[in-house]
Design a protein around this ligand. Structure first.
Ligand SMILES: Nc1nc2c([nH]c(=O)n2[C@@H]2O[C@H](COP(=O)(O)OP(=O)(O)OP(=O)(O)O)[C@@H](O)[C@H]2O)c(=O)[nH]1
Ligand SMILES: [Mg+2]
Length: 147
């Protein structure tokens, strides 16, 4: 049988590379999607769409520089888990890497608000539906946090 989407039609697959940056206190960085973008106001992991012909790791390093102003070495990215979520108009496939080392100061380069959050508190921040299933993997690897 042919591979079909939820409606029985063809599915548009969108590949997004994302990172969970972890600080020395075991907090995870999330960023608020700016007004005007799809899913505005929701908190997400930094990252973005993989361009045609681009390696996902190169995409993530590029997006972390563009969005946060930091330099990340590929050796400092470890695969953690992935999201596969059926949105109305596309199928999101989003590998999530964990990163504990980077160069530079993390800043919201695109005007987005940032928050460093203990994994056990991530549910206090509204996230895209694709992201909720990723939280247990973060709690497993980092711990829920003290408070
Ligand atoms: N970066 C990121 N995108 C996510 C997450 N969860 C999630 O559903 N998405 C979706 O994945 C897609 C990636 O979008 P993006 O806006 O980050 O892509 P981008 O950085 O390349 O921006 P652009 O397309 O505006 O240039 C969006 O449809 C977004 O809603 C997440 O945790 N992080
Ligand atoms: Mg992005």
């Amino acid at each position: 049988m042919a591979i079909t989407g939820r409606e029985g039609g063809r599915v548009k697959l969108v590949l997004v590379a994302a990172a969970a940056l972890i600080d020395a206190d075991g907090r995870v960085l999330i960023a608020e999607r700016p007004a005007g973008k799809q899913l505005a106001g929701l908190w997400e992991f930094p990252g973005g769409k993989v361009e045609p012909g681009e390696r996902p790791e190169d995409c993530l390093i590029r997006e972390l520089a563009e969005e946060l102003g930091i330099t990340v070495k590929e050796a400092c990215l470890a695969p953690l888990t992935f999201a596969s979520h059926t949105y109305e108009t596309f199928q999101l496939l989003m590998p999530l890497w964990i990163c504990r080392r980077w160069e530079g100061l993390v800043q919201g380069r695109e005007g987005q608000r940032l928050a460093w959050v203990r994994p056990g508190k991530l549910r206090d921040y509204p996230m895209p539906p694709a992201d909720e299933p990723l939280i247990p993997a973060l709690i497993d690897i980092v711990g829920a946090g003290r408070d």
